[in-house]
Design a protein around this ligand. Sequence first.
Ligand SMILES: CC(C)(COP(=O)(O)OP(=O)(O)OC[C@H]1O[C@@H](n2cnc3c(N)ncnc32)[C@H](O)[C@@H]1OP(=O)(O)O)[C@@H](O)C(=O)NCCC(=O)NCCS
Length: 333
Amino acid sequence: MPHSQILGTGVYLPPRVVTNFDVMQMMETTNEFIVERTGVRRRRHADPELSASDLAAAACQSAVADAGLSMDQIDLVIMNTITPDHADPGCAFFLQPKLGLSGIPVIDIKQQCAGLIYGLSIADHFVRAGTYRHVLVVCAEMLSKRIDGSYDGRNIAILLGDGAGAAVVGPAKDGQEGILSTILHADGSGAKALVTAAPGSGLGRKEHITKEDIDSGRVHFRMDGKAVFENGVARMSEAVFESLAANGLTMEQIDVLIPHQANLRMLEAIVKQTGFPPQKVYVNVEEYGNIASASLPIALDEARRKGMAKPGSLVLLVAFGSGFVWASALLRM
Ligand SMILES: CC(C)(COP(=O)(O)OP(=O)(O)OC[C@H]1O[C@@H](n2cnc3c(N)ncnc32)[C@H](O)[C@@H]1OP(=O)(O)O)[C@@H](O)C(=O)NCCC(=O)NCCS
């Protein structure tokens, strides 16, 4: 079966830069704490009138143009977000009309920070099977709308930024390799380590949401920072070795490692744990913070544009997110 390939990438990053000093106006924290514990110096926040599907649409337009295609050549859209336009239906349904693609199938996935790799894996299988020719995978997040500056929320709030990244997957050009492997994992026993409990049907009562959910902070992210940090480092490090073994490669043969941009300290710990040369690890978390699923496609697009992930390069993507979910994708660009 011929390979699939990433034919184009695109991003949307809102122009408004929010520094740690701006974050200090939103909650009790310090620039020193944020830099020392997370490495983040700046992030982008979009205008509140915008939604995840607006950011996604801009990234999709640019990815399709980068692939040298027109939008009407897209056969399927896969969207991942933890900040959908509305509770339901899925965010892809709000994105689709903005792309002028009514009628084609759309799939919403909810794989948190591993959304790009899960999306690429689904796209790869559809393209190799010949079911769809061009699949648009898009990850978009409006995390500025999920900032809770309370004592219990600030450990994650300091990390969060907005943005979107998209990739077009299609058949690899003659003789080229493209997506070499995608390896997916999940372990729901960690689901409560980073969770937004309400609204939901799992609250042991009749109401989907109550005023008390809002007052108690159950509608916000709650993170066991240490559990997320330790599992993130361990699972992304394992994912590096698993992908190398599955493809019969050594670390030296990889041109660029692009991990999910969770937190600079996590990326440093992954470098230490794997022995991966730090100069071959793509890092932009200082500039954009953690944009959940959008971090990885934005980093991939930047690595391409800066010439680190050039045609023919071997690029290894690894991601980890709440769930827990983790995954790798090995790409020949
Ligand atoms: C966020 C992180 C830096 C917090 O560090 P931590 O040591 O786990 O934080 P804790 O929540 O246990 O709090 C430790 C102390 O720091 C304080 N603290 C937490 N967030 C703070 C903030 N934003 N500003 C100032 N102090 C803060 C806490 O109040 C606590 O102080 P106390 O001991 O006096 O009560 C760290 O857990 C981390 O990086 N985790 C991974 C996060 C991540 O990447 N998540 C995304 C995954 S995709």
